[in-house]
Structure formats: structure tokens, C-alpha cells
Design a protein around this ligand. Structure first.
Ligand SMILES: NC(=O)c1ccc[n+]([C@@H]2O[C@H](COP(=O)([O-])OP(=O)(O)OC[C@H]3O[C@@H](n4cnc5c(N)ncnc54)[C@H](OP(=O)(O)O)[C@@H]3O)[C@@H](O)[C@H]2O)c1
Length: 338
């Protein structure tokens, strides 16, 4: 029997990304926004007024700890700065909360392993918030590949970038080791999306180069993942380029391109594909809100005891590749990924 209960959500910080997630939780059919916390006076109330003004019964907490102490809250969304993700995910799990944590879930594989153990002990669900994966356009990509239209996947290219604006300089004011810079912000998408067309097969090695600024943050990066047997994924990302969020997949018989991986609810998703046989298609897909679909998926997993589509193994694999990528940048060598 389907559970018709609504999952009661608390948000652990007054972050900018709430502009997307807060309306998504409010709109999700199986969710209810019940609380938000911020360590800055008035910031939580201001965020609520901006993005969920019609929600009258949302409680405001002066600290994330107080929110976690409230037993009526079942799940938390963690939109804190990347370097705080692992710590607050662990604190939330310890209070018995289910956790949807923004990407990247952690800056080390060891932290994700600790999260995995804690979640198993507390019997709670935890998922890394790669919202893009909930957009139906990637299912259409899988259909095209599974139908054999482009043949066997041989090469993948992913590109994620935007031009850093002065108001967002705080994203690069610390070192890459502390979660600052392009790698943890958008590189994690470039690597995650590069793994998508290989359906569970992970890369065996990576070679990468990057430009850093004086804070130790990376702002431009190019790399190649080796998926063995001549199959490669090239990725590039950075803050010195025009906005792109796209991937291209080349197979033995043709290719396809997903033009807007970050397609928001009002942005028309477009996929184009071609075959050596001379077929060329540009498909316009239905609008979809991947933030809302992500929230509904996670709530469904919690309420009906299902495994989240994005597993902790997936989070560990992505983090492992990011760490190898950082090692490759530092050493200017190819790094094997075990
Ligand atoms: N899925 C997506 O599409 C997407 C998009 C953007 C970002 N993200 C991810 O979401 C996370 C948050 O990113 P964001 O850009 O939304 O972060 P942000 O606005 O910098 O907020 C992060 C945290 O920093 C604190 N904060 C915010 N503004 C502050 C200020 N002016 N002074 C001091 N502290 C401040 C807040 O905690 P308190 O309220 O407790 O002070 C907030 O929760 C990151 O991990 C990022 O990778 C995801």
C-alpha cells in the first residue's frame, strides 16, 4: 500500500540555493516544509519570506542544533557550505533525521564511509543532492543508448561553467582543500555526468590540469577519465567561461548531446542525436522541475522504505574520482583509481 503521509522537512541553513529547494519542498506532493534554521539573525525569516511567503506554519530556529533537537522533524535538507556537509550530515543522522545533503556530500571518501556507517546504525536514508539526475531528459538519453541508435559508447564530453560574478567571489576565497573553487562547486557535476553513460562502470585512471588563484581555489580545469578499452570521458569546468551545463556522448554508430543539464522548470530541455546512417533529430522534451522531482523521490524513499536512486556508493565513487583528480593536478601525473 502506498504511504500517503507527508514527510516533515527542516532546512539547516539560509543559503542562496533555497531559492530552488524551498519552493520545491513546498510544491512536492509528499512533503511539508516545517522548519528552517540559520546562525545569522533574521536570515532564516528573510529566506522564508523570499521563497515560501505563503507558508504560515514554518518554524524558525536560531541554530541548526536547535532544529535537529526537534523530534517532529523527520528529514533535513543541508544547503550549507560544502566543507560543512559531512559534519552536519553526521550530526543530523545522530539525531535520527533522514538527510538530503547538497553536493558534494563530503570532501573525503572517509567522511562518506562514516556517514554510511552512521546511517546504517540509525536506520535513516541519506542522499547526495545531484538534482539534475531526476530530470526525465536523462531517461530519454538512456532510451536512445539502450535502443542502440548511437552504438556502443566510446567517448563522453562534459562541460560545466559560468563566469564568476563579483557577488559570488566567496566561492573562491579559500583553498580547494577547504571545499572552495570550481572542482567542488561544478567539477563534481562534470565528473558525475561523465560517469552517467557508462552505467556503473567506473574509471580506472584520471589525468587533469587546472589553473589556481592565490587563495588556492581552482578556477579552470580540464581532464580525461580513462574507462579502459579506449573509452574516455573528457571534462572541463571553470569560472572563466560562459555558462554551460552539457554533455555529449559519441558511440560507434552516432552521437547525442544533452544541451542543458541544469534545465530549470521553465527551460525547455533539448536533446539532439545523429547516426552515421544519416538520421538527425533534435528532440524538445516536456518541462520538468528536477528540484521538485528530487525532493519527491527522496520523500518517497523515506516514507515507503525504498533505496534512493543516488546511493552512498555512488557518492563515494564520485568523491574517489575527485580526490584522484586533485592528486593528478598536484603531481602533474596520471593517477590510477583503485
Ligand atoms: N543543486 C544545485 O543546483 C546547487 C546550486 C548552487 C549551490 N549548490 C550547493 O549548495 C550549497 C550551498 O550553496 P549556496 O551558494 O546556496 O551557499 P550560500 O548562499 O553561500 O550559503 C551557504 C551557507 O552559508 C551561510 N551563509 C549564507 N550567506 C551568508 C553570508 N552572507 N554571510 C555568512 N554566512 C552566510 C548560511 O548558513 P547560515 O544560514 O547558518 O548562516 C548558508 O546555509 C553548496 O554546497 C553548493 O555546492 C547546489
Amino acid at each position: 500500500m502506498i504511504n500517503t503521509e507527508k514527510l516533515r522537512w527542516g532546512i539547516l541553513g539560509a543559503a542562496r540555493i533555497n531559492q530552488q529547494l524551498m519552493p520545491a519542498i513546498v510544491a512536492a506532493k509528499n512533503s511539508q516544509l516545517v522548519a528552517i534554521a540559520s546562525r545569522r539573525p533574521n536570515a532564516a525569516a528573510e529566506t522564508l519570506a523570499l521563497y515560501a511567503a505563503d507558508e504560515k506554519n514554518v518554524r524558525i530556529f536560531a541554530s541548526p542544533e536547535e532544529l535537529l533537537d526537534d523530534d517532529s522533524i523527520q528529514a533535513v535538507y543541508i544547503p550549507l557550505a560544502s566543507k560543512e556537509h559531512a559534519e552536519w550530515t553526521l550530526r543530523a543522522i545522530a539525531r535520527g533525521k533522514h538527510v538530503l545533503c547538497e553536493k558534494p556530500m563530503a570532501l573525503t571518501v572517509a567522511d562518506i564511509e562514516a556517514i554510511e556507517r552512521a546511517a546504517a546504525d540509525q536506520q535513516v536514508q541519506v542522499m547526495e543532492g545531484f538534482m539534475y539526475r531526476f530530470h526525465p531528459q536523462h531517461l530519454r538519453v538512456k532510451e536512445i543508448i539502450d535502443a542502440g541508435l548511437i552504438g556502443d559508447v566510446r567517448t563522453v564530453r562534459t562541460s560545466f561553467s559560468y563566469l564568476m560574478q563579483p557577488a559570488r567571489q566567496y566561492r573562491i576565497n579559500d583553498s580547494i582543500e577547504n571545499g572552495s573553487g570550481a572542482m567542488w562547486d561544478i567539477g563534481c557535476y562534470a565528473i558525475h555526468a561523465a560517469r552517467l553513460p557508462f552505467y556503473g562502470q567506473e574509471p580506472v585512471a584520471v589525468t587533469t590540469m587546472a589553473k589556481h588563484i592565490n587563495t588556492g581555489a581552482d578556477i579552470s580545469c580540464n581532464g580525461i577519465l580513462d574507462f579502459a578499452d579506449g573509452r574516455y570521458a573528457q571534462f572541463d569546468f571553470g569560472f572563466e567561461h560562459a555558462r554551460r551545463a552539457e554533455y555529449e556522448i559519441i558511440g560507434t554508430k552516432g552521437g547525442l548531446k544533452c544541451h542543458n543539464v541544469w534545465a530549470k522548470a521553465a527551460e525547455t530541455p533539448v536533446i539532439s542525436w545523429w547516426t552515421e546512417a544519416g538520421e538527425q533529430q533534435q528532440e524538445t522534451l516536456a518541462l520538468a522541475n528536477h528540484f521538485q522531482l528530487e525532493v519527491e523521490h527522496f520523500a518517497d524513499c523515506v516514507l515507503n522504505n525504498k533505496q534512493p536512486a543516488l546511493s552512498l556508493s555512488d557518492a563515494k565513487n564520485n568523491c574517489k574520482i575527485i580526490i584522484a583528480t586533485l592528486e593528478s593536478i598536484k603531481s602533474a601525473r596520471q593517477i590510477q583509481i583503485s
